[in-house]
Design a protein around this ligand. Structure first.
Ligand SMILES: Cc1cc2nc3c(=O)[nH]c(=O)nc-3n(C[C@H](O)[C@H](O)[C@H](O)COP(=O)(O)OP(=O)(O)OC[C@H]3O[C@@H](n4cnc5c(N)ncnc54)[C@H](O)[C@@H]3O)c2cc1C
Length: 357
């Protein structure tokens, strides 16, 4: 009998796969490539929400677990995925500079906001009011990471490339039977695909579409990530990733004209040189109304677990949430109320009176 059948090989699924393998558990992953959020992500991590000048919830702990996770995976797969790069906030006025310094005085933000103004000039960007630097930032090449990890799973016969069909789950005394597979546990890490999962689709997973560009801008010279209303991330060879939009209505992965125009307008606010759009893509972030992950065990079927709701921050949150769920299942270490799906107990009870398995 397998220890874990994992549905989904996005950032959530591979974070759980890794922690299980590290603990010598047996796993099998199922994925049908129906969601692309982790693949198209900007991939950057930043412990500060710059728009509101607040610390990302539990940022310190997440950064530590994230570094451990990506270091281990780089060593195991012999590839580099995690690049430590400064994020610079471009200031548009003296007032914005002042707000930055006021924020950097706050005890929880002080470790992350440098108090030194960065006055370096980058060709292609006018910056009369300089930049502020966020510390402990960088980006993960998520596309390369997921492709490499998938290859690793394939080589070791640890992945089934097919759709998971919940109708085939049968419950045993100490686990489940799925087709010809027996497992102690199933981890559902389906991202926005959760909506089709009849066991957990009572949870309020909202979904926020994001669109991104890869642009070519030979006159733009950057060795840092610039963040304002969009971020610009240097990829080398005059290529830059730029994103992202936020759309709460459209739940498809398709690039749109509206998204394209918005990104072009935003780029022009920052960049003063010509650029060409090389790629344009979209994905749906698995966001939750209360902005906290969805972690836990099904109230009735104790072999079914969920690892979802990583929202806009899968790179930082994935490893920490996978560890929280693993520790909960294996060592009964309680989940904090903020992330535990039990906070939606009333919705679960309500779902019992409607159509469900
Ligand atoms: C445009 C954009 C930019 C972003 N930028 C950033 C960023 O810069 N930094 C950051 O941290 N986060 C970013 N995010 C958010 C980040 O991508 C998400 O938090 C993260 O990808 C969620 O990972 P996940 O594994 O939960 O979901 P997903 O990546 O959606 O993975 C779910 C997986 O489950 C599989 N699946 C679903 N249903 C089934 C089924 N029935 N059978 C088989 N397989 C199934 C899917 O194929 C998919 O592989 C961005 C997202 C978008 C869309």
């Amino acid at each position: 009998m397998l220890d874990y059948l994992i549905v989904g090989s996005g950032l959530a699924g591979i974070s759980f796969a890794e922690i299980a393998l590290k603990n010598n558990k047996s796993i099998l992953v199922v994925d049908n490539m129906s969601q692309v959020s982790s693949r198209v992500a900007g991939g950057f991590y930043n412990p500060v929400i710059l728009k509101r000048f607040s610390e990302v919830w539990n940022a310190q702990e997440q950064l530590i677990l994230m570094d451990e996770f990506y270091d281990r995976i780089e060593e195991k797969l012999h590839r580099k995925f995690n690049y430590k790069l400064p994020i610079l906030r471009k200031f548009f006025s003296i007032e914005e500079q002042n707000n930055w310094f006021a924020a950097s005085d706050k005890i929880n933000l002080a470790p992350f906001l440098s108090t030194k103004l960065i006055s370096k000039k980058y060709s292609g960007i006018d910056s009369p009011y300089d930049y502020g630097e966020v510390l402990h930032t960088g980006y993960v090449d998520t596309m390369l990471l997921l492709d490499t990890y998938r290859d690793y799973l394939k080589k070791n016969n640890l992945i089934l490339e097919q759709s998971f069909d919940w109708a085939y789950i049968e419950f045993l005394d100490f686990g489940i039977q799925y087709k010809n597979i027996q497992a102690r546990n199933i981890i559902f890490a389906e991202g926005f695909g959760l909506h089709k999962n009849p066991f957990f689709n009572y949870l309020p997973l909202d979904g926020t579409k994001g669109e991104m560009f890869i642009i070519k801008a030979p006159d733009l010279d950057l060795d840092v990530i610039i963040n304002t209303s969009v971020f610009i991330l240097p990829l080398g060879n005059d290529l830059f990733k730029v994103g992202a939009t936020y759309n709460w209505q459209d739940k498809t992965d398709l690039p749109t004209e509206e998204g394209k125009q918005e990104l072009i307008d935003r780029i022009k606010e920052i960049v003063a040189c010509d650029f060409e759009i090389v790629e344009h893509y979209g994905g749906v972030r698995p966001t939750v109304k209360d902005r906290r992950p969805l972690i836990g065990t099904h109230e009735e079927f104790k072999s079914l677990h969920i690892l979802n709701g990583l929202g806009t921050r899968g790179v930082m949150l994935g490893p920490a949430m996978a560890k929280a769920l693993y520790d909960y299942i294996e060592d009964e270490i309680p989940l904090t109320r903020e992330i535990d799906i039990k906070r939606f107990h009333k919705k679960y009870l309500k779902s019992l009176t409607s159509d469900r398995p």
